[in-house]
Design a protein around this ligand. Structure first.
Ligand SMILES: Nc1nc2c(ncn2[C@@H]2O[C@H](COP(=O)(O)OP(=O)(O)OP(=O)(O)O)[C@@H](O)[C@H]2O)c(=O)[nH]1
Ligand SMILES: [Mg+2]
Length: 426
């Protein structure tokens, strides 16, 4: 099961604006009629239940949306670039290069736009004014956003089975659901998570059986660490202790497992829980009594039950306990989700700024200008076109860039860098 993948997404480039003049019979000099270029398509991730892991990203890493169409004469606008939909399984978390969370796709059909298409350039008809009757330039379209993302799949199980290796977690999954996980008398039989559906009264819940946890699992010992993430989103944890190990072993076993869960995410210790001592069939009367006393003395979990995955003893009680605790846990989860939704959405992109908002910094023998709108303007400009440069000069003069450059010590002939473009200060 592939639960992590890196992909590169690239939105479409905006189409160039067109530089064109009307040509009609008997009209010797038509006015400008170059249409605008269209924006490039976005790259959008969509959650689907059709996929269950990220294996289709194993060999495909690059995703590119369509470019916007170029503007044409007769005021024709280009066609919008089509957005590219990339399907990911429900439960996919999307991380940026720094590991920051960009989004979490938890509902089927949920969408997340991860790369925005570039703006289209304006056609020359836009630059017509009373003093400029025949603008001989148009803007270029902007590149679409391009970035690397990490996709991380976390199973969306309701109940997580946790315990030391060999405690009988997979056996319980098999006894409670129709799943057929591998079961054997040695530790680390389970090497990949197994899922099963359990019927709880009116509702159903998905149980995840993960590899056994050992001391150090939260730092990567055994197999546990990679899979701890899968139980992060469960509403309820079902701790499984090995009855066959005897009463003295249970507190330590529980302590080890809770220690690792707490080291991975402290909040896992607060999660609603049910504890079972499994393999009741291996216990004599005295052992069963000890188990009863141990479970009754625990105090913290919502419920504690003595069961046997082998002969089914105690399982109806366990199902009843899971049903009850699950209902409470779901109510708590819904309340938390409502609270998160009520908080203001995170703004990932800077708000659009004005042309006058920029900074000038001297670096060695050139000057670097940063400003969202200015950079956009330069990226769209064809600096080989005299008329485009003249138009740009007017705008940057008005925005105060020339003054700012002079104040920063720029002299005629110095190089000025704006985004990816350079020009000579005049
Ligand atoms: N007698 C008895 N044996 C059990 C019971 N439950 C599980 N076992 C045995 O215990 C051993 C381990 O069972 P698994 O279900 O593979 O244990 P696990 O916790 O999934 O183990 P890992 O996947 O290695 O972490 C197997 O030999 C099972 O047959 C039970 O209720 N009674
Ligand atoms: Mg197992």
């Amino acid at each position: 099961m592939l639960d992590r993948a890196s992909i590169c997404v690239r939105a479409g480039r905006g189409g160039n604006g067109s530089m064109s003049f009307r040509r009609e019979k008997y009209v010797p000099k038509g006015g400008p009629d170059g249409g605008d270029g269209a924006p490039g398509g976005d790259v959008v991730l969509v959650a689907t239940r059709q996929l269950h892991d990220l294996s289709h990203f194993r060999h495909k890493h690059h995703f590119r949306a369509q470019d916007g169409g170029q503007g044409r004469g007769a005021n024709k606008r280009g066609a919008d670039g089509l957005e590219l939909l990339v399907q990911v399984p429900v439960g996919t978390e999307v991380l940026g290069v720094e590991g920051e969370v960009l989004g979490d796709l938890v509902h089927p059909g949920q969408r997340l736009c991860v790369a925005r298409g570039g703006e289209g350039g304006r056609g020359n008809v836009c630059f017509k004014s009373s003093t400029r009757q025949a603008p001989k330039f148009a803007e270029r379209g902007l590149d679409g956003e391009e970035l690397w993302l990490t996709l991380s799949l976390k199973l969306l199980a309701d109940i997580g089975l946790v315990g030391l290796p060999n405690a009988g977690k997979s056996s319980l999954l098999a006894a409670l659901t129709r799943a057929h996980p591998k079961i054997a008398a040695y530790p680390f039989t389970t090497i990949e998570p197994n899922l099963g559906v359990i019927y709880l009264g009116e509702s159903t819940a998905v149980i995840a059986d993960i590899p056994g946890l050992i001391e150090g699992a939260s730092e990567g010992a055994g197999l546990g660490h990679r899979f701890l993430a899968h139980i992060e989103r469960t509403a309820l944890l079902l701790y499984v202790l090995d009855g066959g190990e005897g009463a003295e072993a249970w507190p330590a076993a529980l302590g080890t497992v809770r220690g690792e869960l707490g080291a991975f995410r402290a909040e896992l210790l607060e999660r609603p829980a049910v504890v079972v001592v499994n393999k009741a069939d291996l216990l004599d009367d005295a052992g069963r009594e000890e188990a009863g006393a141990f479970l009754a003395g625990l105090g913290w979990p919502a419920a504690a039950v003595l069961v046997s995955a082998a002969d089914g003893a105690g399982l109806p009680d366990l199902v009843a306990a899971l049903d009850e605790v699950m209902a409470q846990a779901r109510a708590a989860q819904d309340a938390a989700a409502a609270e998160r939704a009520a908080q203001a959405p995170v703004v990932l992109r800077p708000a659009d700024e004005r042309l006058e908002t920029f900074t000038v910094a001297r670096e060695d023998d050139y000057f670097v200008v940063h400003g969202v709108q200015l950079e956009r303007l330069f990226a769209k400009a064809d600096l080989d076109n005299e008329d485009a440069v003249a138009y740009l000069q007017k705008l940057i003069e008005r925005a105060g860039l020339n003054d700012a450059l002079r104040r920063a010590g720029a002299l005629p002939g110095d190089t000025v860098v704006v985004g990816e473009q350079e020009f000579e200060f005049a």
